[in-house]
Write a protein that binds this ligand. Structure first.
Ligand SMILES: [Zn+2]
Ligand SMILES: [Zn+2]
Length: 287
C-alpha cells in the first residue's frame, strides 16, 4: 500500500570531509554525507554514500526483512566523505539485493587496465582493493550496476532526477529531485563565486521546497579556505533568497565546528533567511 506523501527526505550523514564521532558533535551528527529519498511506494533513492550510508543500510535491512532490496544510489563525486560508507553498506553483501550506482562525474579511462566496465565502477572498486580493504567490491554478493549518466533529467515513474554541475575540484554534480510538484535540491559540494554555476544553482532551485546547500564555513573561515571547493552559510542564505526556496538546510558541516558553534551559525543564518535549519542526522522532511 502506498504512503500518503509525494517525497520523503531523511538525513543519514550531514558532516563534511571526515566523520566526527566525538560527543560534542553528535547533536547535529558526525557521519559524512548521505541522504535518503523515499517514494510513497517505498522505493528508495540514496544520494551520496559517506559514512551515514552504513546506518541507512542496516535500517533498510531491518525495515524490509526477508524482502529483496532494489536500491538506486546517486553520487555527486568521489571524495572520501561521499563514498567511504560503501564498504560497510550491508545490503551489498546479500545476493537477493540489487544496487545500481549512478554518477555523472567519472574518471575517463581509469578502467582501461582493469576488468571494470567503466570509470565509475573502477573508482569504487579501487577504494576496496588490496591493501585498502579486505573484501573486494566484485566479491560482494548483491547484483551491482554502475551507470555513467548524462547531465539530463532521468525519470523513475513520477520521480525526476536532474543532475546539474557544481563548482568543486574535479567534476561534481548536484541533483534536483522532483516528484508530483515536490522539489528538493541537493547541492553539495560547491564553492560560490562561479557566475555561470551560481546561476545554474538558482535556476534549478527556483521555488524548491528544500535546498540542501554546502555551508561548510563561516564567511571568516572561508577566507582561509578559498579554492577548497566549499561555501558559507551566508552564501547559502543568498542562494535560498534568490531562488525563493521554502526551506534551507545548511549541510556539509565543517569537522572543526562542534554543536555549540554550529547552533550559533544556524541562528546567524536565520537572521538572513528565516526558514533555515542546520541539517541533523535523523531529520526528515515529508512533502
Ligand atoms: Zn564533501
Ligand atoms: Zn568534495
Amino acid at each position: 500500500m502506498d504512503n500518503d506523501f509525494r517525497l520523503r527526505m531523511t538525513f543519514w550523514g550531514v558532516r563534511g570531509s571526515t566523520p566526527t564521532p566525538q560527543i560534542e558533535h553528535l547533536n547535529y551528527g558526525g557521519n559524512t554525507c548521505c541522504i535518503e529519498i523515499r517514494l510513497p511506494n517505498n522505493e528508495v533513492f540514496i544520494f551520496d554514500a559517506g559514512s551515514g550510508v552504513r546506518d541507512l543500510g542496516d535500517s533498510l535491512l531491518e525495515e524490509f526483512a526477508n524482502q529483496k532490496l532494489d536500491l538506486k544510489v546517486f553520487l555527486t563525486h568521489f571524495h572520501w566523505d561521499h563514498i567511504q560508507g560503501i564498504p560497510f553498506f550491508q545490503p551489498l553483501y546479500q545476493p537477493e539485493n540489487k544496487v545500481i550506482f549512478h554518477s555523472v562525474a567519472f574518471p575517463e579511462g581509469l578502467h582501461r587496465r582493469s576488468g571494470s566496465k567503466n570509470g565509475l565502477e573502477e573508482t569504487l572498486r579501487i577504494q576496496m582493493a588490496h591493501p585498502y580493504f579486505p573484501i573486494s567490491l566484485e566479491s560482494l554478493a548483491a547484483k551491482k550496476e554502475f551507470k555513467e549518466i548524462d547531465p539530463e533529467p532521468i525519470k523513475f515513474g513520477k520521480l525526476t532526477i536532474t543532475p546539474f554541475p557544481l563548482n568543486h575540484p574535479g567534476q561534481t554534480y548536484g541533483y534536483r529531485i522532483e516528484s508530483e510538484g515536490a522539489v528538493i535540491v541537493y547541492a553539495t559540494d560547491l564553492e560560490h563565486g562561479h557566475a555561470k554555476l551560481d546561476k545554474v544553482l538558482r535556476d534549478v532551485s527556483q521555488n524548491a521546497d528544500l535546498l540542501i546547500y554546502d555551508s561548510q564555513f563561516t564567511p571568516e573561515d572561508y577566507k582561509k579556505h578559498k579554492g577548497w571547493g566549499h561555501s558559507t552559510w551566508l552564501e547559502a542564505c543568498r542562494a535560498a533568497g534568490d531562488a525563493q526556496v521554502k526551506q534551507l538546510a545548511l549541510f556539509h558541516h565543517f569537522p572543526s565546528y562542534d554543536d555549540g558553534r554550529f547552533y550559533e551559525i544556524v541562528q546567524l543564518a536565520r537572521s538572513k533567511f528565516e526558514n533555515t535549519i542546520g541539517a541533523q542526522e535523523g531529520w526528515s522532511l515529508t512533502l
